[in-house]
Ligand binder design. Structure first.
Ligand SMILES: [Zn+2]
Length: 486
């Protein structure tokens, strides 16, 4: 007897349909799985056999061959346990043939017959929904599958329950995004740093990458952490995209499903694969886990040259492309980068109190490590100095709360959408243009640097609800380019 059950396997953040075919025939008792399975799929044999027996079904004392089609596609993970078990039950007549016709089944089996989640449940659900099929999957996934539009979900907690027929539909639901989101750091938690906070607000409004330069202990990390609190909450589409990546990586998706933008802060010793994705089976890297959120790169020059090089393409294209022997894998990677660094190896170059002990050569070697092309992507570069302790003790150095700044960011983004649709250069007023030309000569700005100043100037204009870029906007934008690597 033969039976077929539909399932899916992950390729990047997508799940591709796979047919699980079981053939049970008389002969020496064997249980084989063919069709390019990885080790985890091969181990399904033990889990399927044990769970069927635990659930009170018969495991056939016969020749059992399971084929996963299409054969050229590599099959990953433990999600094939459930469809393999169901195909065997169908092929041996223990559940009615045809019961699984419109169903895509994904789930890992415990030895006791329980059905468990696997990484990428959202991707599997999207694939089932695209094929207009019901998803039969673990009950505890219903909390995250509400994010998938139009999904018909049949929840199953134990393989034993299919004896009484397939489970009924369960409405997968998630909590609505909360408006008063709790962030780790609020702007009002940070004393002083008025100009740095303003720079973050500009970056948030325009989606610019930021480079913070300052001595150790000046509060660069706190400022980076506060960035998420002034960005607007995730839209429904962004929520789905980001939850999808986190689900594929096997991470908790609850914060993302509540609308929080991800904040990822990989250590500089992180491998290139850890940063941009890789491995076998491929896994998304930190830059993709930060998709639609903030990627914080502290101690930027300490990252390996290969890692910094690997960041360039995803920052340009918003997507990571990994070429593998069995095909190309893509992960989304649209992020706001906040990078931080000391101004020199000792950290105190330009500090008003502590003297710098570095030679000029050591400083230029240090800052040279980040490289021109990456530096060119940092639209906003500012110096962050330590806050005067007196001001902290007086309590005069705290500022407004993040929600106030976030409202301005949201309004600026709306202004940009409505008013700033024309060519960038045509938005400059004659006065602003004259100022920029003069500054470009005296500051010796490159063509690319001039474009960046205009781009940031446009964002500042949008914060000002202005439809053209005026002198004051250019002058503030020039101030956000006050540091150049030597
Ligand atoms: Zn120094």
């Amino acid at each position: 007897m033969q039976a077929t059950v539909a399932s899916t396997t992950l390729t990047g953040v997508e799940a591709a349909p796979v047919e699980v075919q079981a053939d049970v025939s008389t002969g020496l008792p064997v249980f084989g799985i063919v069709g390019l399975p990885d080790t985890a799929v091969q181990e399904a044999r033990d889990r399927v056999r044990a769970s069927l027996r635990a659930a009170g079904f018969d495991f056939p004392n016969a020749r059992v061959i399971v084929n996963l089609a299409p054969a050229p596609l590599r099959k990953h993970g433990t999600g094939f346990d459930l469809p393999i078990a169901l195909a065997i039950l169908c092929a041996t007549g223990q559940i009615p043939a045809g019961a699984l016709q419109d169903v895509t089944a994904v789930g890992e089996l415990g030895l006791d017959g329980s059905v468990r989640q696997v990484p990428g449940m959202i991707a599997h659900a999207l694939s089932a929904s695209r094929e207009d099929r019901d998803l039969l999957g673990p009950s505890d996934a219903s909390g995250l599958l509400g994010v998938v539009p139009g999904l018909r979900f049949r929840a199953i907690s134990s393989i034993a329950s299919v004896r009484a027929g397939l489970p009924q539909y369960r409405s997968a639901c998630i909590s609505a995004p909360t408006s008063d989101r709790v962030h780790q750091v609020d702007l009002s938690d940070i004393s002083g740093h008025a100009s740095a906070k303003r720079a973050l607000e500009i970056a948030a409004a325009g989606g610019h990458h930021v480079l913070l330069i300052g001595p150790p202990g000046s509060g660069k990390t706190m400022l980076a952490r506060a960035m998420c609190s002034i960005l607007p909450g995730l839209t429904d589409t962004e929520r789905l995209e980001t939850a999808l990546v986190h689900s594929v990586a096997g991470l908790d998706t609850s914060a993302v499903l509540e609308g929080q933008r991800p904040f990822r802060a990989p250590h500089h010793s992180c491998s290139t694969a850890g940063l941009v994705g890789g491995g076998s089976p491929p896994r998304p890297g930190e830059i993709s886990l930060a998709h639609n959120g903030v990627l914080f790169l502290d101690e930027l020059p300490e990252f390996g040259p290969a890692s910094l090089q690997a960041l360039r393409q995803p920052l340009e294209e918003g997507v990571v492309t990994l070429v593998r022997a069995f095909g190309t894998v893509r992960y989304p990677a649209r992020v706001t980068v906040i990078a931080a660094m000391n101004p020199c190896p000792c950290g105190y170059s330009g500090d008003p109190v502590r003297p710098c002990t570095c030679t000029a050569g050591a400083v230029s070697r240090y800052t040279g490590r980040i490289g021109g092309p990456l530096y060119d992507r940092m639209d906003v570069c500012i110096r962050v100095d330590r806050v005067d302790p007196g001001a902290i003790l007086d309590g005069t150095a705290t500022g407004e709360e993040s929600t106030v700044a976030r409202d301005r960011v949201i309004a600026a983004r709306q202004t940009a959408d409505v008013c700033h649709r024309g060519a960038l250069r045509s938005m400059l007023t004659p006065g602003a243009r004259g100022l920029l030309e003069a500054a470009a000569r005296t500051m010796n700005l490159s063509g690319r640097a001039v474009t960046r100043v205009v781009r940031v100037g446009r964002t500042i204009a949008s914060l000002d609800s202005a439809s053209s870029i005026e002198e004051s906007h250019v002058s503030e934008a020039l101030g956000l380019r006050s540091w150049e690597p030597s």
